[in-house]
Design a binder for this molecule. Structure first.
Ligand code: DX5
Ligand code: ZN
Length: 224
């Protein structure tokens, strides 16, 4: 698809605070106030080889911003903490199919808490693992890097996975968001949206050295 071709849908931008300056969390959130969602990456050092932050940072972000709090749980057995994350201010909770043997129950629990339910999977997990869940979720997240760290390179094969999921969602009449997370920047945002994404997560490309406002603007320009 050429750079000029019209994009299939209006896309939501979800800056990932993982790459922000935590000493100035409120200012950083203010700088991205014109975005759609704030993406909050929780890592436990067990499900992924990195520890990020947990409930108190989510609660602080919630106090500092009106953005929808989109929480991506990279933790083992996330069902143990769903209630706590909901209470700390999550509007949307996304869980990994690899993180619990009871993924469907975790989705049900999120819905019972009155929150948006999202599911995701690592780049090495077959997409089929999501199929049984599609009718019951508000969001499907395609990881385009191996989860655990910001600033990694977009895995090119992710585009095909996005296309497949877009087809499955459209065929089933689902209005769930199709979110893409990992290595998204102004250089590939158009291709990612053309493949079918409706929500773009971006960390290092937004909270770069020239400030989050400029980073967000670059993404928007690329999508015009
Ligand atoms: C990776 C996280 C991402 C990360 C994205 O495990 O889930 O949300 O913050 O960062 P970038 O955009 O730098 O790849
Ligand atoms: Zn994430």
């Amino acid at each position: 698809m050429s750079a000029e071709a019209e994009l299939p849908r209006r896309v939501k931008l979800a800056p990932s605070i993982l790459s922000c300056d935590f000493a100035h969390l409120a200012d950083e959130l203010q700088a991205v106030a014109s975005a759609d969602w704030a993406h909050v990456d929780v890592m436990d050092g067990a499900f992924v080889p990195n520890i990020s932050f947990g409930l108190p940072i989510l609660a602080a972000a919630r106090r500092a911003s009106n953005l929808l709090m989109d929480v991506h749980l990279m933790i083992e057995r996330p069902e143990r903490y769903l209630k706590d994350f909901a209470a700390a201010g999550a509007d949307s909770l996304t869980v990994h199919v690899e993180s619990t043997p009871h993924i469907h129950r975790a989705v049900q629990q999120i819905r019972e808490l009155g929150k948006r339910a999202g599911v995701t999977l690592n780049p090495g997990t077959p997409l089929e693992a999501l199929r049984p869940l599609l009718a019951d979720v508000d969001l499907v997240l395609v990881m385009s890097v191996n989860p655990g760290f910001g600033g990694q390179k977009f895995i090119p094969g992710s585009l095909e996975r996005i296309r497949t999921l877009r087809r499955w969602l459209d065929e089933s009449g689902s209005e769930a968001e199709l979110q893409v997370d990992g290595g998204v920047s102004s250089t590939n945002a158009r291709a990612v949206v053309s493949a079918g994404a409706s929500v773009l997560v971006s960390g290092s490309a937004v909270f770069g050295k020239d400030g989050a406002q400029a980073g967000l603007e670059r993404l928007r320009e690329a999508l015009k």
